[in-house]
Design a protein around this ligand. Structure first.
Ligand code: FES
Length: 319
C-alpha cells in the first residue's frame, strides 16, 4: 500500500444500534481533514495490521472530523471484531484520505436512497447533503428489526421522507425494491447500499432503467476474486517503467507487481474500493471488479488490478 496516510485519533465511539458502533476520527492537532463528498470512504489502518474501508456518514461540510459506523460481522476476519472489541477512544491510527466511487448526482429531480443494515452509512451522508441543498429525496431504511436500524432519528430530523422497513414486522419479508422502483417517476436517481441479496434485488429491479440512474455500492466482491477462478497467464507491460513482466495464471496483476518489487496502491484486494485503479494503455482487460459501470467497463480506460485480468495475452498499463 503506497497511499499516503493521515494520523487520526479516535475522538468518540458511540453505540448506534444493535451490533453497530459509530466511530469519530479527528486530527490530534485539531486541524482540518481533507474534504470529502457524499459516498466517500476512508481506509483505517488498524493496529492489528488489517486495513478496512468504511463509508463516511457525517455531513460532508464537516472539515474537522470523519465519522464512520461499523457493523459487527459474525464472519469478521478481524476488522469489525477488532473495532468492536479492542479499539478505544484516544487511540491514534493511520487513515487514508477519502476516496469516492459512489458519488451523488446533486441535481437529480428526485433521489431514492435504499439502505440495508450498515449500508445506511454512505446514504445518511447523501441524505444530509440533499437536505442541505434543499433537494427532494426519500430514504428507505431496511433492517431485520427496529433495534438494528441506525440513525433513523437523525434522518427524521432532516427534510426528506424516511421510510423504515423492518423484516420482523413483515413476517420476515425483505423490502420490496421492485415495487419502489416501479412506482418512481422517470428520471429518478436510485442509490442502494446493503447486503448482497439486497444489492442483487436492486440490480434486478433497476436493470431496465436508462444507464446512469441506478447507483450501487458493494461492501464485498460480487464476483469471485480472480486469484481463485483459474485465470490464464499473460504479459504485462508497464508503460512508464518500460518493463514487461509475466502475470502467472495463479496470481493477480497486483500480486505479480509486488512479487517483482514494484509498488502499487491497493487496499481491499477484493475489487470493491477502487484504490488500485490503473489506466489501461493497450490490450483488453477482463474486468472482475464490483465498481465500474457497464459503460466504464466497455470503455476499457481503467481497471482494478487486484482482481481484473487480461482478455488476451498482453496488456499495457500506465504504470
Ligand atoms: Fe480495492 Fe483493488 S484494492 S479495488
Amino acid at each position: 500500500m503506497t497511499n499516503e496516510t493521515i494520523s487520526a485519533r479516535v475522538q468518540r465511539m458511540e453505540w448506534a444500534a444493535e451490533g453497530i458502533l459509530e466511530v469519530e476520527f479527528r486530527r490530534p492537532d485539531g486541524g482540518d481533514l481533507p474534504a470529502f463528498t457524499p459516498g466517500a470512504h476512508i481506509d483505517l489502518h488498524l493496529p492489528n495490521g488489517l486495513l478496512r474501508n468504511y463509508s463516511l456518514l457525517n455531513d460532508s461540510r464537516d472539515r474537522h472530523r470523519y465519522v464512520v459506523a461499523v457493523g459487527l460481522d459474525a464472519a469478521s476476519r478481524g476488522g469489525s471484531r477488532f473495532i468492536h472489541g479492542d479499539l478505544r477512544v484516544g487511540q491514534i491510527m493511520p487513515i487514508s484520505a477519502p476516496r469516492n466511487h459512489f458519488p451523488l448526482v446533486e441535481d437529480a429531480p428526485h433521489v431514492v436512497l435504499i439502505a440495508g443494515g450498515i449500508g445506511i452509512t454512505p446514504l445518511a451522508c447523501m441524505a444530509r447533503r440533499l437536505a442541505a441543498l434543499g433537494r427532494p429525496y426519500e430514504i428507505h431504511v431496511a433492517a431485520r428489526n427496529p433495534e438494528r436500524a441506525a440513525f433513523v432519528s437523525d434522518l427524521r430530523a432532516l427534510s426528506g421522507k424516511v421510510l423504515p422497513h423492518f423484516d420482523s414486522e413483515h413476517n420476515g419479508a425483505p423490502l420490496d425494491i421492485a415495487a419502489i422502483v416501479a412506482k418512481a417517476p422517470a428520471g429518478v436517481h436510485f442509490y442502494c447500499c446493503g447486503p448482497g441479496p439486497m444489492l442483487a434485488a436492486f440490480e434486478a429491479a433497476t436493470a431496465g432503467l436508462p444507464e446512469g440512474l441506478a447507483h450501487v455500492e458493494y461492501f464485498k466482491a460480487k464476483e469471485q476474486p480472480a486469484s481463485t477462478v483459474a485465470p490464464g497467464s499473460f504479459k504485462l507491460t508497464l508503460a512508464k517503467r518500460g518493463e514487461t513482466i509475466e502475470v502467472p495464471a495463479d496470481k493477480t496483476i497486483l500480486e505479480a507487481l509486488l512479487d517483482h518489487g514494484i509498488e502499487a496502491d491497493y487496499s481491499c484486494q477484493d475489487g470493491v474500493c477502487g484504490t488500485c485503479e490503473v489506466k489501461v494503455v493497450s490490450g483488453v482487460p477482463d474486468h472482475r471488479d464490483s465498481l465500474l459501470s457497464k459503460s466504464e467497463r466497455e470503455s476499457n480506460k481503467t481497471m482494478m488490478i487486484c482482481v481484473s485480468r487480461c482478455l488476451g495475452d498482453h496488456l499495457t498499463l500506465d504504470l
